[in-house]
Design a protein around this ligand. Structure first.
Ligand code: GLU
Length: 463
């Protein structure tokens, strides 16, 4: 059975690179009918672990990802790690090292001066004597002294590290007994039954060390997939300046979670030239073996484009549900459909949808000066007066069609074209020269409001 995991270090929020890693692991587990586990790597930052778990839960809930079983907290597993450190000590695969900080510093200085890679010199590797007093030892693993560590990465292909270039007898437990990062990862991945590790390629250099630990502990080595980073459009490391880092900020900016997941799945993976993927399709098609070997580039326009696609295809109920997160409540069924129909092709984000909706529903508090200068003349004010007169005398008008018909009658009577008065009407109704069809706007705000708004506009001292 395929078992994957997402193993974030607690930061208090889930960043988008993390969400992509989580998504890939989730999809691969689901595709194979396997398990997707969640582990909080909180050995250093115990304080933040609950907050981090909460942030992940919130982001998962929003995006519809789910993990199996209980969350594993590394901070609760020190006894387990200790047990495995002791096992290696007992089997002589690890040893206590009593080198003092001063000794280590001196060694490093000497190596640096000789232009050698700073590394531990193996002083206590086969030490049989009496341990020096007053030193709390660290535990070091007996790493291979030469040869190669090779593994087949599902993304990058065959990877080889020369033992002498990257390894020394690295520390697996500090002098206070706490295990080091690579050790906990291996113990947990093995005990949790993880078969496929999909993670950022910033962890690639940890992998040979982890393999040494797997081998020492006699655990089965999982399949690794190291995913290239998401860069900014300039090819540099993605930073806060390039886009939001906290996944939930995307929600606040009015992105739909499907659009964000779709955006992320394509950042580093493709399936033919398909751009739009439902979660179901992602599960059906995603294969980490097809992840691109080169870094991907964050592209805000692409995300906005995808979001616009998803908004365009969303039901009215969905759109107003999303809008309710921004304190906009559209309950009137007729208007809900009408507004969604008018705006879903125009709004790139839910925030824009909310703004556009408010611009229609709320009476204008001001009129865009530039639009007035451009479109409102003495004549058009006169025409508007006549138009208001006709509207007032007519029976209650309801549909966009009703408004269109009466407007056409009026235009015919005075020999004008719609373009001659459309903008002044629009400015009167919504305060600017930008809106969907004025007849639809009229139908949404209703007969009474149409007249009130035009009247208010005319009562201003504007030529
Ligand atoms: N805790 C690590 C991180 O947040 C991930 C470890 C792993 O995936 O092996 O980058």
């Amino acid at each position: 059975m395929t078992v994957t995991r997402f193993a974030p270090s607690p930061t208090g929020y889930l960043h988008i690179g993390g969400l992509r890693t989580a998504l890939y692991n989730y999809l691969w587990a689901r595709r194979n009918g396997g398990k997707f586990l969640l582990r909080i790597e909180d050995t250093d930052l115990k304080r933040n672990s609950l907050e981090a778990a909460q942030a992940i839960k919130e982001a998962f809930e929003w995006t519809g990802l789910s993990y199996d079983g209980e969350i594993v907290y590394q901070s609760q597993r020190f006894d387990i790690y200790k047990e495995y450190v002791e096992k290696l000590l007992k089997e002589d695969k690890a040893y206590y090292c009593y080198m003092s900080k001063e000794e280590l510093d001196a060694l490093r200085e000497e190596q640096t001066a000789n232009k050698q890679r700073p590394r531990y010199n193996g002083k206590y590797r086969d030490f049989k004597g009496v341990a020096p007093a007053g030193i709390e030892p660290v535990v070091r693993i007996k790493a291979p002294l030469n040869g190669e560590i090779t593994f087949d990465d599902g993304v990058k292909g065959s990877i080889s590290f020369k033992a002498e270039d990257i390894l020394d007898d690295f520390i697996i437990a500090r002098s206070d007994g706490t295990p080091t990062y690579n050790f906990t990862v291996v113990v947990d991945d093995a005990l949790m039954g993880v078969t496929d590790v999909i993670r950022g390629d910033d962890h690639l250099s940890n992998t040979p060390k982890q393999i040494v630990i797997y081998e020492a502990l006699g655990f089965k080595i999982p399949k690794f997939f190291h995913v290239p980073m998401i860069n900014n459009p300039q090819g540099k490391k993605l930073s806060k300046r390039d886009g939001a880092m906290d996944v939930m900020e995307y929600k606040n900016m009015g992105f739909l979670s499907e659009a964000l997941l779709n955006f992320l799945v394509r950042l580093g993976w493709s399936y033919g030239d398909q751009e739009i993927f439902s979660l179901k399709e992602m599960i059906e098609f995603f294969d980490p073996n097809n992840i691109n070997a080169s870094a991907s580039s964050y592209n805000q326009q692409k995300l906005e484009w995808l979001n616009a696609c998803y908004i365009k295809n969303a039901t009215s109920a969905r759109l107003w549900q999303e809008a309710s997160n921004f304190k906009l409540s559209i309950k009137d069924d007729k208007n809900a459909e009408l507004l969604a129909g008018m705006l879903r092709e125009r709004a790139k984000t839910i925030v824009q949808l909310v703004e556009m909706t408010k611009a229609i529903l709320d009476e204008p508090q001001s009129y865009e000066q530039k639009a007035i200068e451009k479109f409102v003349t003495k004549e058009s004010v006169l025409y508007l007066k006549e138009y208001l007169d006709i509207l007032s005398k007519s029976k209650d008008l309801e549909s966009a069609n009703d408004f269109e018909n009466i407007t056409n009658e009026f235009l015919e009577k005075i020999g004008l074209k719609l373009k001659d008065i459309a903008q002044p009407i629009r400015i009167a109704l919504v305060g600017s020269s930008v809106s969907p069809s004025i007849f639809e706007v009229m139908s949404v705000i209703g007969y009474d409001s149409v007249r009130v708004r035009i009247e208010k506009f005319l009562n201003r001292e504007i030529v």
